[in-house]
Ligand binder design. Structure first.
Ligand code: KIV
Length: 317
């Protein structure tokens, strides 16, 4: 068991005032005002609370959880039910950030009505405020927006296309490919997408798209000129057990920190140095005295029985 505690209302800013809730329209306003959008993935209550309390604007329950949390080799295996489970945990933690849920592979690749039904589950059952889908699925975006579900698009290196791409490769390396992504981004914006993640594309291509697009771009491996940036939480804190990609900056070494804490704990248990008396619960003095008194009574009875037995033996002789 562990106890958690929530301060009431939205998290305070460093100046002490509660920060307003981030909404999809607020992201567009940030673009208009030239304010960078900070985004990060999170997959559970604890990490989501840290991300939200740090003032990150957009929190994505990414399907990268398939890899970094569930240990799969790519993102394809994660299911709608697993994504819902994690989105619910994140939702419980977040007060301020916009919570976006990734639609997993297979959940929006068939009939549009099925895809909308899956997206509705993310909003209705898990509390997501928007869904993210990969690729230029224009008709689907229109249908989702018509169903009142805000959409974040995702173009460039789309991890669910790993087999088509032949691995995780930087995309849009030619003029034609860069122009195609730009056209796709425009089509998504016109279909009603509220923002677009640009992943693994050259900085110059991302900068062109960002400058031209009416909605915010959020880059990952797409250079510094996007309207916002997103990273995978586990990359940020070095919990991936793999070398970092070029675009990742590690802001902490949680692997080293956790490893040393766990090893220290094991040593303490092995040397009976944990828990200490101060880390133990104690009986109240009155209960201790009662136990001692009943123990004294028991000893008296045992001593009396032993004496009687001895007397009987002595008399028999
Ligand atoms: O699933 C994920 O983490 C993502 C981000 C990399 C954008 O889609």
């Amino acid at each position: 068991m562990s106890l958690t505690d929530f301060p009431a209302g939205a998290h305070p800013s460093p100046s002490g005032f509660p920060l307003p809730k981030v909404t999809m329209p607020a992201l567009s306003e940030m673009k208009r005002q030239g304010k960078p959008i900070s985004a990060l993935t999170a997959y559970d209550y604890a990490s989501a609370r840290l991300v939200d309390e740090a003032g990150i604007d957009l929190l994505l329950v990414g399907d990268s959880l398939a890899m970094v949390v569930l240990g799969h080799e790519n993102t394809l295996a994660v299911t709608v039910d697993e994504m819902l489970h994690h989105t619910r945990a994140v939702r419980r933690a977040v007060r301020r950030a916009l919570v976006v849920a990734d639609m997993p592979f297979g959940s929006y690749h068939g009939a549009i009505s099925d895809a909308v039904a899956s997206a509705v589950r993310f909003v209705k059952e898990a509390g997501a405020e928007a869904v993210k889908i990969e690729g230029p699925r224009i008709e689907l975006v229109q249908a989702l927006v018509a169903a009142e579900i805000p959409v974040v698009g995702h173009l460039g290196l789309t991890p669910q296309s790993v087999h088509r791409m032949g691995g995780y490769r930087v995309q849009a390396r030619t003029a034609d490919a860069a122009l195609q992504i730009q056209a796709d981004a425009f089509a998504l914006a016109h279909a009603g997408a509220g923002a677009i993640v640009l992943e693994g594309i050259p900085r110059e291509a991302a900068a062109e798209i960002t400058a031209a697009l009416p909605i915010p771009t959020i880059g990952i491996g797409a250079g510094p000129d996007c309207d916002g940036q997103i990273l995978v939480f586990y990359d940020l804190v070095n919990l991936t057990f793999a070398p970092a990609a070029k675009f990742v900056r590690r802001y902490a070494d949680a692997s080293a920190l956790f490893r040393s804490a766990i090893e220290h704990y094991r040593e303490d248990v092995e040397h009976r140095a944990f828990p200490s008396d101060a880390e133990s619960y104690h009986l109240p003095e009155s209960a201790r005295r009662l136990i001692q008194a009943s123990r004294d009574d028991e000893d008296a009875v045992v001593n009396r029985d032993a004496r009687e037995e001895l007397d009987q033996k002595t008399n028999r002789r």
